[in-house]
Every structure is written in structure tokens, then in C-alpha cells.
Design a protein. Structure first.
Lengths: 215, 278
């Protein structure tokens, strides 16, 4: 997105003088990115807890997908449908977990959003900060979730059947990457979605109302 | 921390570096609009609470001159905070209009409103509302970022302002590491970051003890004189009366009376009781 090159040098001097109210400058994405990364860094542990919610959801999803992949195509129909249900269930658990984490992390910052708007932040900028933050957390946490979920599931299989090397027979590197390619977008999308709604709502309400909110 | 003689001296330098907003603001103004920086006309605001509709403002009109120090007084629930939010563009009236520097706020779109909040109005809150994860310096610099200033200019401006409010030795402290009075000073410095023509203070001394509150009031008055910024403060702190040019009493969503300071001195003794019901 391009910066609208508003002629700002000295604008604060003359800007308010005449009736010269202009549209506010749009800050570039890079600025929003700077805000977002700083916010994650400063609230590191809080961010880790949020990321933990995403991580657990995706780890569960990945482990179920992995056990499904390990079972391969030659399983009984009954077992196959049981696994499908598990996948759907894990997706749901994952969605609820992520939504919950992100809702919390946005609502606890309502006041901050109101303050930023009082200082001249545009709605879009506020939403953008939250979205960047969310997607970064979502991608990182989902990748880790995949790593741990899939890894742990394979490891457990090996431990349970050490004598049977063929137990992982139908599981290939490709299958693992396929699960990754599924899990990360799902994680990122759910995170972004769960952030977008409350962040947009927070950015759109009048600052006075945002400042009144006690969380 | 007391606003001591030294503070006033440092402020002198600061004021020299940041020329008074008044002079600039009057330059290039359209004829007819010199005098009033805020004009509110017949403001009505209603709040919906379940089935009931409460009328917080019931036709409030007020004109505020450039460079004035105004206190809006009234008990809690009188509508003064609502009025304050209206003139600050933080909330919209159901009817009536607010003009800031002759600009009708109702005519502004979201981006212009953000511009106005960023450049024309500085806000100070009872609860300080500093960003907790940022240092004093970063908090003061924040409005300059939204104004699109470079970070060098912003930092320089923030340091200058923190010197004016006497916090040059607390630049890198987080709000949690500062006392209430210090946090409010940071907030005052932040409100001035983009040379606004108006500073709106909502109960600026509400969360402070007697002594610190006095210092904050003195600081606001000093900035009002030195920087020429119009100060409008909603309060029920009677210490404010001493420094205000005019006091506007709000009661039940209406302007009860407007008094000049000269007149107030006469019957200041009788006002103590009204505060208690708040």
C-alpha cells in the first residue's frame, strides 16, 4: 500500500490555523509492522500465552491428521469415519481455542485503541496493527503446532510398536508437508478472522466509548 | 513533584523553542472566526439504557475564546464529561453542532476527524491513559508518529516537552514506574505534541492527591499562558476555579451559569457543599 504523501512538514503549524482540516496521513504498512512487532516483543509473555492457544489447537489438529495419514488408505471403513469425525472435532476445538485467545487479547486493549484514536490514529491503522500481529503469531504458532503435533504422534507410534518398522510405512515426508500446508493456513486464517472482528469493532466505536470500557 | 521555580525557568526555554500557538493560529484565519476556537450550539445527547432514554445534554451552547482557560464544573452525572466528549470529537451529539476553528465537526469524515484529533486537540484524561508498554518518551512521541513526522523530529519534540513538564530525568520510564502526578505530566506533554490549539482535560486531577493536583493545575495554567493554548477542563475540583478565566457550571444537562473569575472570588465560600453530592 502506498503512503498518501500528505505534505506534513510544518502542517502542525498551519494546519489548525485556518479551517485547513485535511484528511489524516495514512501511515505505511511498514509503520504498522513496526508497531505490531514491538507490541509482540514488549508483551512477550502475554503474546506467548495467546500463541499457546493457537499452538495447542493446531497441534491437536496436526496429530489427528497424522494418525489418519499413518493409518493409510487400507483401514476399515469404521475406523476411517471415526478419524474423519476426529478431524472435524479437532478443527472445531482449534477454532474455539484460537477465537478465545484472540478475543481476549484484543478486548484487553480496548482502552489502548481508544487512546490511539484520540491521538489521531486512523481506524484502518489500528486494525492493521492487530492483523499483522495476529497473522505473525498465527503462522509461527501453527508451524510449531504442526511440528509438535505431527512429531509427537509419530514418536508415540514408534514407541508403542518398536518391533514393527512398517508402522510408519504409509507415512512419507510428502504426507507430513501436506499436513503442514493444511495446518498453517488454517491456523493463520482462524487467527486473522478471530482478530478482525473485535479489532474492527474496537476501531469503529467512538473513542469516548472505547475509553469507557473496563476490562 | 512540585512545579517549582526551576520548572518555570526551564519552561521559559521550552516556550522559546516552541513558539506560542496563538500567534500562529491567528495567522491566516478566515475573517470573522478570530475570536472563538470552540463554538457549541444546542447540543443534545441521549443515551439508551435498556428501555429508558437518558438525556445527558439538553441543549448546551457555549463559545470559547482563543487562549482562554475554561473550567466546566458540575456534579457527576451532570453531563459535563459528555459535553467534554462532544467538543473533543470523541462522541457525536444527537443534535446540535460543534465548531472547532470554524469547522463544523459534523461535516468531517473519519480521516479529517482523525486529523483534527491529531493536530488541533490535545487530550488529557482522569485515568492518564498512557500506553502501558511504552516509555514516557515513546508515549509523548506517539502523536507525532500519527502526524507523519520523522522519528528524529518526534523524539526531539518529545524530549523538549518532557523537559517543559519537568520530567527530563524520566524519559525511559514506563508508566508503571511513574507516580500518578508524573504520569499526568507525561499525558500533558503528550497532549501538546502536535502544537494543538486546544487542550481538553477531563478531570485531570481526579486521580491525584491534593498537592499533586495543585501542581498539575499550575502546570496547565502555565502552559496556557506560555504556549497560548486554550485549556478546557471538565472537573469538580474547586482548586481549578482559582486559575480559570471562566467557569461554566453544568447541571442536569444544561448550562446553569457562566461566571468570570472576578465574580467567583466573591462567593467562593459557598461552593464547597455542592461538590459533596458528586
Amino acid at each position: 500500500m502506498s503512503v498518501k504523501a500528505a505534505p506534513l512538514p510544518g502542517a502542525d503549524r498551519e494546519g489548525h490555523a485556518a479551517s485547513g482540516v485535511r484528511p489524516q496521513v495514512q501511515l505505511p504498512w511498514s509503520k504498522a509492522f513496526e508497531f505490531a512487532t514491538r507490541s509482540v516483543r514488549i508483551r512477550f509473555w502475554r503474546s506467548m500465552i495467546t500463541a499457546g492457544g493457537i499452538f495447542l489447537g493446531i497441534a491437536f489438529l496436526a496429530s489427528v491428521l497424522t494418525s489418519q495419514a499413518v493409518a493409510g488408505p487400507n483401514i476399515e471403513a469404521k475406523e476411517a469415519s471415526r478419524l474423519t469425525w476426529l478431524v472435524i472435532l479437532s478443527l472445531l476445538v482449534c477454532a474455539v481455542g484460537i477465537t478465545n485467545s484472540m478475543l481476549m487479547s484484543v478486548t484487553e486493549r480496548f482502552r489502548e485503541i481508544g487512546t490511539m484514536k484520540c491521538l489521531g490514529a486512523l481506524d484502518a491503522f489500528v486494525v492493521r496493527i492487530f492483523m499483522i500481529e495476529a497473522v505473525c503469531l498465527g503462522v509461527i504458532a501453527s508451524s510449531l503446532g504442526w511440528l509438535v503435533g505431527t512429531g509427537l504422534m509419530l514418536l508415540l507410534r514408534l514407541i508403542a510398536h518398536p518391533e514393527n518398522e512398517a508402522i510408519l510405512g504409509s507415512f512419507t515426508m510428502g504426507a507430513g508437508l501436506k499436513i503442514l500446508a493444511f495446518c498453517v493456513p488454517v491456523g493463520a486464517f482462524l487467527t486473522a478472522f478471530a482478530t478482525f472482528i473485535p479489532a474492527l469493532r474496537a476501531a469503529q466505536i467512538p473513542p469516548a466509548a472505547a475509553l469507557r470500557v473496563d476490562v | 513533584m512540585a512545579v517549582s521555580e526551576e520548572d518555570v525557568k526551564t519552561a521559559g526555554n521550552g516556550a522559546a523553542a516552541a513558539p506560542a500557538a496563538v500567534g500562529e493560529a491567528t495567522n491566516g484565519k478566515k475573517p470573522g472566526g478570530h475570536e472563538y476556537v470552540v463554538r457549541a450550539k444546542d447540543l443534545v445527547k441521549e443515551f439508551q439504557m435498556g428501555q429508558e432514554t437518558t438525556r445527558a445534554l439538553n441543549g448546551v451552547s457555549l463559545d470559547i475564546k482563543r487562549g482562554e482557560y475554561i473550567s466546566i464544573m458540575g456534579p457527576s452525572g451532570s453531563g459535563k464529561s459528555t459535553f467534554f466528549n462532544m467538543i473533543g470529537g470523541l462522541d457525536k451529539p444527537n443534535s446540535g453542532s460543534v465548531f472547532i476553528n470554524d469547522v463544523d465537526m459534523a461535516q468531517l469524515d473519519a480521516q479529517e476527524l482523525a486529523f483534527l484529533r491529531c493536530h488541533t486537540i490535545g487530550y488529557i484524561f482522569q485515568t492518564f491513559n498512557l500506553i502501558p508498554v511504552m516509555t514516557a518518551l515513546e508515549n509523548v512521541q506517539l502523536p507525532t508518529i500519527f502526524a507523519g513526522k520523522s522519528s528524529e523530529d518526534g523524539t526531539a519534540r518529545a524530549i523538549e516537552l518532557l523537559e517543559i513538564v519537568g520530567l527530563e530525568h524520566r524519559l525511559h520510564h514506563k508508566p508503571s514506574q511513574l507516580s500518578g502526578g508524573q504520569q499526568q505530566r507525561v499525558a500533558i506533554a503528550r497532549s501538546l505534541a502536535n502544537n494543538p490549539s486546544i487542550v481538553l482535560a477531563d478531570e485531570p486531577t481526579g486521580n491525584l492527591d491534593e498537592k499533586t493536583g495543585k501542581d498539575i493545575i499550575a502546570l496547565l495554567r502555565r502552559l496556557n499562558k506560555e504556549q497560548g493554548v486554550t485549556v478546557i477542563s471538565a472537573t469538580h475540583d474547586h482548586k481549578m476555579v482559582d486559575v480559570s478565566d471562566r467557569v461554566v457550571w453544568i447541571r442536569d444537562g444544561r448550562v446553569d451559569k457562566i461566571e468570570l473569575r472576578e465574580d467567583i472570588d466573591l462567593h467562593i465560600g459557598s461552593m464547597g457543599n455542592e461538590d459533596d453530592e458528586a
